[in-house]
Design a protein around this ligand. Structure first.
Ligand code: GDP
Ligand code: MG
Length: 598
């Protein structure tokens, strides 16, 4: 296709502002999914897409659009995940585009990821088309939202498209705006190939598939290509476009977006952000890359049944093939046995991976409370990265400890400034600055320890602001902090998997709240179970789970065997998510209770 008839763009938005629904309408109205049987297939793909969308993958879809000027255009639409855990995913999708459609919900207005995504698009020098969505809703206030886009983002919004992804109103206007406002790709068709890898995934039948944007030259089936970062040469087994069903093509031309089947069997050589050129007569200067995703949150994953250790390892290996952000190493716990310490981009990423391990690989897992990576500086200057509270050296060996901080941006209506202050100061946040984005929206900037943020902060923020607050964050660096390891003891024995690291001023409160919570969560056993919170042997708080009063079986008077068996069967199912620690049965919630601090 002639580059003048190509438009490459992303749809970006805060979560739930209607990105996916709008994409569906675009596919429908361009006839990409006109046929009946096509529709079923598309919905399947969309299911996977949704799953991939929140795990790791953006999706690229090619549609052709017959514009009002009578010409046919090739649109490459790159859908992006909206959640803050996957911000890096968005930035790499944007690098493959000339434009972005910024979707803003007409009832919600500008929110934290609206700002974050708009900034990313501006930094990538993209042409931005603002679109005010959901105008079919009675509470829609497009004029207020138009003003917010101008005030808060400094994006002219006079020509913002007014649309509803639900009814299809305004979608035609959007498609025309894409043709007229988003620049056609520029690139040298006659130069040697330079293509950007903006995504990759592992296909069990064909090996690694890369999603690429051709910047210069073209890419043909059968060519020998070079991955510039690793220097690895490959054969282009197949190239093509996704509609989203894959359609093989003889070549991808300059400016086009498509897929490449590399024939490689693992993802290590296919680095997202790398440049592909020709194996012979290629270029020497790669395109600018991306920074690699780095895990922020670590958790222990342990099989409930110890014979599931190997299956868990295999499952993690399989998931890593499609998720380069997933890091893991073996971990041993006295309480839980053999498992893995796994690093994630954030809590959502963690939940998704755990759910996939359980659903797709049929594993029963126990997850310990997430923690962050601490930097422990030992006497003598050696620094160790701590991924698990268990690895904490004795206090005598420690010179000082540093913990990761975030720059947090919170958008709220002015009435809630006080509520956010109270909550965030209580979470050791440092106020940086605040300004009005519009009459209805205040932007507050904070520095807050990541460890405090993962403790239920977002839920608290939402509930303390009647759901109005939105939050975005970025890594700010490491800072020294007075941290201690808090041990939890059951029946007098420290349980390594329940210990956690906490600021020394919070240790007493958190210890007290947690022992109270654990008392509620740990079911009564045949004997009394004392629960203690302690720092280095000094007990801060204590509760007791009283012994069970009656044996369930006592009711059966020893007679009816089948009834007895049924009762035992029932008990067993109730125990599914329990793990025997010593002689105490501990349910999964006990580990997560650490996160619920007040
Ligand atoms: P995304 O997270 O940005 O992809 O948002 P979705 O497309 O998943 O939409 C979030 C919710 O808003 C869903 O319940 C949609 O049905 C709803 N929604 C999306 N677009 C519209 C619209 O134009 N009008 C109305 N009334 N609801 C919409
Ligand atoms: Mg969506």
């Amino acid at each position: 296709t002639d580059p003048s008839h190509i438009r490459n763009f992303s749809i970006i938005a805060h979560i739930d502002h209607g990105k996916s629904t709008l994409s569906d309408r675009i596919l429908e109205m361009t006839g990409t999914i006109a046929e009946r049987d096509m529709q079923a297939q598309l919905l399947d793909t969309m299911d996977i897409e949704r799953e991939r969308g929140i795990t790791i993958k953006s999706q690229a879809v090619r549609v052709s659009y017959q514009a009002d000027d009578g010409e046919e255009y090739q649109f490459n639409l790159i859908d992006t995940p909206g959640h803050v855990d996957f911000t890096y995913e968005v930035s790499r999708s944007l690098a493959a585009c000339e434009g972005a459609v910024l979707v803003v919900d007409a009832t919600q207005g500008v929110e934290a990821q609206t700002v974050a995504n708009a900034m990313m698009a501006m930094n990538a020098n993209l042409e931005i088309i603002p679109l005010i969505n959901k105008i079919d809703l009675p509470s829609a206030d497009p004029e207020r939202v138009r003003a917010e886009i101008e005030d808060a983002l400094a994006i002219p919004a006079d020509d913002a498209v007014l649309a509803s992804g639900k009814t299809g109103v305004g979608v035609h206007d959007l498609l025309e705006a894409v043709v007229y406002n988003i620049p056609a790709p520029t690139g040298d068709a006659n130069a040697p190939l330079r293509a950007l890898i903006f995504d990759s995934y592992f296909d069990p039948y064909r090996g690694v598939v890369a999603l690429v944007r051709i910047v210069d030259g073209s890419m043909r089936k059968g060519q020998r290509l070079r991955l510039m970062a690793s220097g690895k040469d490959i054969l282009a087994e197949e190239v093509g476009a996704r509609h989203p069903v894959e359609e093989p093509l003889p070549e991808l031309g300059v400016g086009e977006v498509g897929y490449l089947v590399t024939g490689l069997k693992d993802l290590v050589h296919v680095k997202v952000g790398d440049t592909i050129t020709l194996a012979e007569g290629g270029v020497d200067n790669p395109l600018p890359g991306y920074r690699e995703a780095k895990p922020m949150v670590y958790t222990g994953l342990f099989p409930i049944e110890s014979d599931q250790y190997e299956p868990l390892k295999e499952a993690l290996e399989k998931l890593s093939l499609n998720d380069p952000a997933l890091l893991w190493e073996p971990e041993k716990s006295h309480a839980l046995g053999f498992g893995f310490r796994v690093g994630f981009l954030g809590l959502l990423h963690m939940e998704v991976v755990k759910e996939r391990l359980e659903r797709e690989f049929n594993l029963d897992l126990l997850a310990t409370a997430p923690s962050v990576e601490y930097h422990v500086f030992k006497q003598g200057g050696e620094m160790m990265s701590l991924h698990s509270p268990q690895e904490m050296p004795d206090p005598g060996e420690i010179e000082h400890i540093e913990e990761p901080y975030l720059k947090a941006k919170i958008l709220i209506p002015p009435d809630y400034v006080g509520a956010v202050m109270d909550l965030t100061v209580a979470r050791r946040g440092t106020f940086v600055t605040m300004n009005y984005l519009s009459q209805n929206t205040v932007e507050m900037l904070w520095e807050i320890p990541l460890s405090e943020l993962i403790m239920d902060y977002f839920d608290k923020l939402k509930s303390n602001t009647k759901g109005y607050a939105s939050l975005d964050y970025d890594f700010a660096g490491y800072k020294p902090s007075q941290l201690v390891k808090l041990d939890i003891l059951l029946s007098g024995k420290p349980i390594d998997a329940l210990s956690f690291i906490v600021h020394k001023d919070k240790a007493y409160d958190r210890g007290r709240v947690l022992t109270e919570k654990l008392k509620e969560i740990i079911p009564r056993q045949m004997f009394e179970v004392p629960i203690q919170a302690a720092i280095g042997g000094r007990v801060l708080a204590r509760e007791t789970v009283k012994a069970k009063r009656k044996d369930v079986l006592a009711k059966c008077y020893g007679g009816d065997i089948s009834r007895k068996r049924k009762l035992l069967e029932k008990q067993k199912q109730g125990k599914k998510r329990m793990k025997a620690i010593g002689n105490v049965e501990v349910p999964q919630e006990a580990f997560m209770a650490i996160l619920k601090v007040d």
